[in-house]
Design a protein around this ligand. Sequence first.
Ligand SMILES: [Zn+2]
Length: 442
Amino acid sequence: MNQAPTGPVDTLIFARWVIPIAPAGRVLEDAAVAIADGRIAAVLSASDARGLRAERTVALPEHALLPGLVNAHGHAAMTLLRGFADDVPLHAWLNDYIWPAEGRWVSEEFVRDGTQLAVAEMLRSGVTTFADMYFFPGITAQAAQDAGMRAQIHFPVFDFPSAWGQGPDDYIHKGLQLRDDFKHSSLISVGFGPHAPYTVGDEALARVATLAEELDAAVQIHVHETRHEVEQALRERGERPLARLHRLGLLGPRTMCVHGTELDDSDIALLAQNNSHVVHCPESNLKLASGFCPVAKLLGAGVNVALGTDGAASNNDLDLFGELRTAALLAKAVAGDASALPAHAALYMATLAGARALGLEERIGSIEAGKAADLIAVNLGDAESEPLYHPPSQLVYGNSGSRVSHSWIGGRLLLENRQPTTINLFELRERARHWRQRIANG
Ligand SMILES: [Zn+2]
């Protein structure tokens, strides 16, 4: 709790519970959060806050107020391929369905409409920051910014051409331009997204490593997603993918390794030594039968583990509350230990751990004075939430994103009683239906 601010504040939110995430494990009852100039000005007891002058007061008498969730890995535009190819293993899913469909349909218009659909879904389920790796990343960045959403865009790098670029040099050139275009944005940051060790060669990976280091930019890469990937690398190169990334200088404190289902002790040691992050995407891994990320072992080794939904084509939703429930349950099953990833740790994974992975922990991820006012309210007033002994447990084990009622990003109200303030849901649905018609009729 802080001292009450002396000047007037813009917004004053009274909530039944405030779960600040930092300090860890804390639940404040009958508390208030004051917002001024887009930032959290103070966290107060409700009684201390009652004397404050505020332009706007919001009463959330049955709600838990949390920092906005951080979806640390996804492909927003792929919402337009939600349910397009299900019940198929990863290799066939990519080669026979997703890549051909992307080859046929991906365009600026596809990315714009798909991203808007994703942003609406994420806002309505508690995400206030998302990481994204996809073609036409400038369109994704613009769509997020226009909606008032915070995003870190990892522009894709492949060895082969796509609708967005010719090859590694062209992707990197366009990506650096994009970084420049958004360098003054308070919402958008831009990093490197080399797709995976099996789609990007040594030369391009080393170049990404050098540039990212020079620019202090984030790097996100899919790695050790399946046993097949690791076995193939051993067969063809005699080297595990993570060891290869390390050799090429790509493992460091700004690098996020997405998936990490197939990790032995040497891999975990490499991640820990390099302070690299793992982005765990449990539902995508389960759906594609990719394997199991050893979350408890990683946390035990001191590795920061963030949480992501991956794209809607392999999930099929972008509900990070659903994801953190799956993560908490799966961590226990994989570790054979019911105390693995307890409720508070799961909430941390979906908030501050995500902010750390993106290099944004000074700005977002917890409800602390000075941080950006990225906040969400979850309505726990329904019968299904009763009796409520322990709010964090309810939020992790008995919740879904559909209970999120309000959301603020940088102090701006973007969701009010589940209605987005910057997005027209009716129009969005019409456009998504139009895409379904086009894509289904091929
Ligand atoms: Zn992915």
